[in-house]
Design a protein around this ligand. Structure first.
Ligand SMILES: C=C(O[C@@H]1C=C(C(=O)O)C=C[C@H]1O)C(=O)O
Length: 451
């Protein structure tokens, strides 16, 4: 396949979008109308969006895929005859993501997920703190008809649904197994000690057979309760599975002339008691290894931003606590004129999910990992006609279809990494998704873990 491949459909016919205020409907309820969602996006400090149907789809492959999407997205969004009365949050946007590697091929479990795919939803629900908006985008058709139909579908949806219990997991299989993992980590460590590599993030996949069919709405609801400050996302491929997750990691937000990003790297578990938790936090803060691993990411992001941003500021490093793990986190911000997708291109992959130097790390990942990362650890998010948008790093994620799910998790390897410790940390990173597929964890997360 060439470096870009565009859906020709995007350029035939005139696109018209119409926006109306809906009587308040919750995200949970909008996930359960008779329209099956294609995209779901719920990010801290932003309105949540459910997109159903695709009035246009942009796809691209290869190393130039981010550029290709930016060009096509700009043309497509500019061509829409947008409702002049729509508030800016409810204007049409494109939602989608990218494959981690340039040379991605869309084989199982990634059937239907090309190198890049972005959807312009036919029906876009936008939920803000104040209101719920419906935006219908159609091609040379009367949007009013669809609006009436959608209103009826929303009225028919359950208003305050309780998520059903998880589907249950019958069997799991990790790739690699524990022995192979040990060999992989030891080989990466010796390459690092050899001097041509500083850090590499190695990952695993976990294939789970489910006892019951996977339900996106129930899983996203439960993830929202346990990981309220994370980026919840879902993308459904036509004729394929649904890629979803609850990621703590913002790749970048661009709003006007400002960008927001950050370094999230170095991981330790949570303690059973407040004292045990504080002791782990202290280890995380004080360990040379963790600090080194983290600082590499901060420094690299600074360099990666250099061509696309100015006045980069770095906030204070702090510990970010999630239900299952705690990380070191350093917030970063800058001024920028660049389109959000140019920022994505400059930042993906950060060494939080790739490594350093980037090329040596990517080669090591390709040579070592025996499963397909697909869209795992790659940018997912949205873009609008102004070139604003938000992208998360698609970790704590899985691709699921019917009674099967494949989960992904990885960890940064540096010179003094220990294979057993790394194995433990990777298992903790499977928990966010696995806990909501397995039965019996429903009560474990009553306590508020984020701060
Ligand atoms: C790669 C993952 O997480 C990334 C790697 C981390 C680390 O090496 O400590 C921490 C947070 C993330 O940036 C994952 O969750 O799969």
């Amino acid at each position: 396949m060439g470096p870009r491949q565009n859906a020709g459909e995007a350029h035939s016919g005139h696109l018209v979008s119409r926006t109306e205020r809906l009587s308040d409907a919750s995200l949970s309820s909008l996930l359960r109308t008779r329209y099956r969602p294609h995209v779901v996006w719920s990010a801290p400090g932003e309105p949540s969006v459910v997109g159903c149907g695709a009035v246009a789809t942009l796809t691209a492959d290869g190393a130039g895929r981010v550029d290709a999407v930016r060009e096509d997205a700009t043309d497509l969004l500019d061509s829409i005859d947008t409702d002049p009365d729509a508030p800016s949050v409810a204007r049409p946007r494109l939602f989608g993501g990218f494959a981690f590697h340039d040379d991605h091929e869309a084989n199982a479990p990634w059937a239907g997920f090309p190198g890049a795919a972005f959807v312009l939803p036919r029906v876009q629900f936008t939920v803000t703190d104040e209101a719920t908006w419906l935006t219908v985008t159609t091609r040379d058709a009367d949007a009013a008809e669809t609006v009436a139909d959608v209103r009826e579908a929303v009225a028919d949806a359950p208003t305050d649904p309780e998520p059903r219990s998880p589907p249950g997991v019958l069997a799991t299989e990790r790739t690699p197994d524990r022995e192979t993992w040990r060999e992989q980590v030891e080989s990466a460590v010796s390459r690092i000690r050899g001097g041509d590599l500083e850090k590499v993030v190695l990952a695993q996949s976990l294939a789970a057979d489910l006892d019951d069919a996977f339900s996106l709405a129930d899983t996203l609801d439960r993830l929202g309760a346990t990981y309220p400050d994370c980026f919840r996302f879902a993308f459904r491929a036509d004729g394929g599975g649904t890629f979803f997750g609850a990621s703590p990691e913002r790749l970048v937000t661009r709003h006007g002339g400002r960008l927001e990003t950050g370094a999230l790297a170095s991981t330790i578990g949570r303690g059973e008691t407040p004292a045990a938790d504080a002791a782990l936090e202290r280890d995380l803060r004080e360990s040379e290894k963790f600090r080194h691993e983290h600082d590499l990411v901060v420094e690299s992001i600074r360099e990666q931003l250099d061509p696309v941003a100015e006045n980069v500021t770095t906030g204070e490093r702090r510990v970010r606590k999630l239900a299952t793990v705690q990380h070191l986190f350093t917030p970063m911000a800058a001024d920028t004129d660049a389109h959000v997708l140019d920022l994505v291109d400059a930042l993906h992959p950060t060494p939080a999910v790739g490594g350093l130097p980037p090329e040596a790390a990517l080669d090591t990942i390709r040579e070592t990992e025996t499963f397909d990362r697909g869209w795992y650890a790659a940018p997912v998010g949205w873009v609008d006609a102004d070139g604003d948008g938000t992208f998360a790093v698609a970790i704590r994620s899985a691709v699921a279809e019917d009674e099967a799910a494949t989960l992904f998790a990885g960890n940064g390897i540096v010179a003094d990494s220990d294979p057993d410790e790394e194995w433990k940390e990777v298992q903790l990173k499977f928990r966010p998704v696995l806990d909501h597929l397995e039965r019996g964890h429903e009560r474990d997360y009553g306590r508020a873990h984020e701060r």
